[in-house]
Write a protein that binds this ligand. Structure first.
Ligand code: ADP
Ligand code: NA
Length: 332
């Protein structure tokens, strides 16, 4: 039996958004506790699968760590570190490159989406990304991985690698990790038209809430978020084909820890003139303390670096024996 252990990570490829907070970090905070050991990683080795300016990578690594700490990831309860400080990730990824099959990688839809028509011009790392992700997870014998729907295929590939390794070497060494898929309300869309997920790479700063935005900026962006001219519906069904409205109601629900239907119980039949200021107030109440704490941490980068260094030591205490055992099983 494997210890119930959660692994998850965020790429330091630009700043954090409300999407990362509601879709990932907030849930990770809630998973800390008696049910699981929690391992959270700033996956800098994944970030460089596409070009990263070195100075920006260094800053973004600290910013992601600061965002997790400010949101309530507690280094006493969780292991928080950045991937590049634990060389075992890259080493196990190589071993897994020799376990995973080319045909498996060819089926990964995220590579196809990210590469578009230009697959030949992508880094080999972007293609092999799921093998590194499998290493991230299996290096800790993680049993549960909270991910978005778009990462589910990669967790299935992680299971395939674990299964093939166990089978080929006649061992029962790696667990078959379960994806923990977020609820449907957890996909935060952009504020422009609700058509694409809110992302750090979105075109305009007004279409996303950054976790570093101050109170005035958060309020301004939400008051200006685009909506349709209809009033709010009285039930969730009424949000069908109204992507901007649906997004704002879901953001409110996630921030308040209530269901979208409860939000509509209160605001159904009202106009946006009442709802948007209420949403802005709620977002400021929940997010401004986080951005203030992030700013404080980012002004004292040594503090962040020290926390990550201690986290890396704790990570290695789990990861290194598992890597050594893997080498041993394979005949090294
Ligand atoms: P990506 O954004 O490419 O999925 P990240 O490493 O930036 O990769 O994402 C880290 C985590 O944040 C993932 O679990 C992802 O599902 C979540 N996340 C990112 N953007 C959003 C969003 N707009 N809504 C919900 N979750 C999101
Ligand atoms: Na991203």
């Amino acid at each position: 039996a494997f210890t119930p252990r959660v692994f998850s990570g965020i790429k330091p490829s630009g700043g954090l958004t409300l999407g990362n907070y509601l879709g990932a970090i907030k849930r990770w905070v809630n998973m800390q506790g008696p049910d699981f050991e929690t391992v959270y990683c700033v996956v800098d080795l994944h970030a460089i699968t596409v070009w990263q300016d070195p100075a920006e990578l260094r800053h973004a690594t600290r910013e992601v760590a600061a965002g997790m700490l400010a949101s309530g990831i507690d280094p006493e309860k969780s292991i928080l570190f950045n991937q590049a400080q634990v060389p075992a990730h890259a080493e196990l990824a190589w071993l897994f490159n020799c376990v995973a099959r080319l045909g498996w990688m060819n089926r990964m839809t995220q590579f196809k989406e990210k590469a578009g028509k230009n697959a030949e011009k992508q880094s080999l790392g972007l293609y092999a990304y799921p093998s590194l992700m499998a290493a991230d997870i299996l290096l800790y014998h993680a049993t549960h991985v909270p991910v978005g729907e778009d990462q589910k295929q990669h967790v299935e590939l992680t299971r395939d690698i674990a299964q093939k390794f166990n089978h080929d070497y006649g061992v029962d060494f790696f667990p078959l990790t379960e994806p923990v898929i977020e609820g449907p309300g957890m996909r935060v869309m952009n504020l422009r038209d609700g058509s694409k997920k809110m992302s750090k790479s979105g075109e305009s700063d007004m279409e996303r809430i950054n976790m570093t935005d101050d109170a005035d900026t958060i309020a301004k962006k939400l008051r200006k978020a685009r909506t349709d001219p209809e009033e709010l519906p009285v039930s969730f069904d009424g949000l069908k084909n109204r992507p901007e409205a649906k997004n704002l109601v879901e953001i409110y629900a996630a921030l308040a820890d209530i269901t979208p239907d409860s939000v509509l119980n209160e605001y159904g039949g009202e106009g946006w003139g009442k709802f948007k200021p209420a949403l802005a107030d709620l977002a400021v109440e929940k997010l401004a303390p986080i951005s203030t704490e992030m700013k404080r941490l980012l002004d004292t980068p040594d503090e962040i670096d020290a926390i990550l260094a201690r986290g890396a030591e704790k990570a290695e205490a789990i990861a290194n024996p598992i890597l050594e055992r893997t080498f041993d099983i394979m005949g090294f």
